[in-house]
Design a binder for this molecule. Structure first.
Ligand SMILES: Cc1cc2nc3c(=O)[nH]c(=O)nc-3n(C[C@H](O)[C@H](O)[C@H](O)COP(=O)(O)OP(=O)(O)OC[C@H]3O[C@@H](n4cnc5c(N)ncnc54)[C@H](O)[C@@H]3O)c2cc1C
Length: 303
């Protein structure tokens, strides 16, 4: 079987950024992508923090990624990776074919953990958002609800208090998973309200979000919070189930790397949203891809 120099798993900003850089360095990488090129950028309603565009709808930016990859002759195979193992080289088993490669870049990203409530999917992009850092400014001067008790939820709520009229944060327990000083900081803002232990029951609205029904877990009291924005920030699920090599994933299923983007296994690199980090953005993923590409080049030369 042919041994490839590099297989990249995922054609989001990290994978595309890496493949283009590798091409410039004279390395033919192959990307395996199970969905549309551009990854999560396809579902970003509007991106306004990407240099080169004042603001651009996510799907249009994803199309630019696709064109950039195509014009640079990047090879993208439409398939889903179901297992990544290591023998002498890495073995990337997909639904249709299996590839053997000297190096692998895991750029498979994460998926948002949703609440699973009726109307949540329908109102996504019409009031419901999973990224306050990205979409918060669409709710300038409005009332919003943040759901979650981890550092991401707290930090994103702190981002929103500077933009929105009122930020209500609910968490299902009285204790927070996130850092205490973030909770205190949030409570210190006059336009912030922290309610515990509350869970969301219903997301309501016609063409756009109008209110969220919440319930106190202890007293069973139900309230309707009138909001224009709702940010369920209850965690990300890494797309890393296919990684079958020991000591690569941490306990959360993300992949710790060194400053060269190499994991604990030589020749196995990772970048973008699959890394353990609080802030997940397009430019960070692309940056990781470029750094990983240069490290892959060094690694292959050092062989
Ligand atoms: C609603 C929303 C709005 C956002 N808005 C912004 C914004 O305005 N600005 C900003 O900077 N960031 C924004 N982001 C974040 C940004 O989209 C991500 O940080 C970025 O896309 C991460 O890039 P990535 O390459 O690491 O992963 P992804 O973009 O998630 O790409 C990973 C790719 O891997 C593929 N894949 C996964 N598993 C497999 C497998 N087993 N086999 C084959 N392929 C696989 C996936 O299909 C996907 O295409 C937003 C995110 C969301 C959800």
């Amino acid at each position: 079987m042919e041994i490839k120099d590099c297989v990249i798993i995922g054609a989001g900003p990290c994978g595309i950024g890496a493949a283009i850089e590798l091409k410039k360095l004279g390395i033919e990488a192959v990307i395996i992508e199970k969905g549309p090129v551009g990854g999560k950028v396809n579902i970003a309603p509007r991106v306004d923090n990407y240099p080169g565009f004042t603001k651009i709808p996510g799907p249009d930016l994803a199309f630019e990624f696709f064109m950039k990859a195509k014009n640079n002759g990047v090879k993208i195979i439409s398939d889903e990776v179901i297992s990544l193992t290591k023998e002498e080289n890495f073995v990337v088993e997909c639904k249709r074919e299996t590839y053997v490669s000297k190096t692998v870049l895991v750029a498979c990203g994460t998926k948002e953990r949703t609440l699973g409530l009726e109307n949540e999917e329908r109102l996504f992009g019409h009031g419901v958002s999973y990224c306050a850092i990205c979409d918060g400014h669409f709710f300038k001067g409005q009332d919003v609800l943040v759901i979650g008790g981890g550092n991401s939820a707290l930090k994103e709520a702190l981002h929103l208090v500077n933009i929105c009229n009122k930020v209500t944060l609910i968490h299902r327990r009285n204790e927070f998973r996130g850092l205490n000083h973030l909770v205190d900081e949030l409570k210190g803002h006059a336009n912030a309200e922290v309610l515990t232990p509350y869970i969301p029951l219903e997301i309501n609205g016609g063409d756009s979000l109008e209110s969220v029904k919440i319930q106190n877990v202890e007293t069973k009291e139900i309230r309707e919070v009138k909001v224009q924005g709702c940010f369920p920030l209850v965690g990300q699920l890494p797309n890393s189930n296919f990684v079958k090599i020991e000591n690569v994933l941490n306990e959360w299923g993300t992949i710790p790397v060194d400053k060269k983007m190499m994991s604990s296994v030589a020749g196995l690199f990772a970048g973008g949203d699959i890394l353990p980090r609080d802030i997940r953005q397009i430019y960070l993923a692309e940056h990781d891809g470029v750094v990983a590409a240069r490290s892959i080049n060094e690694f292959l030369k050092g062989e």
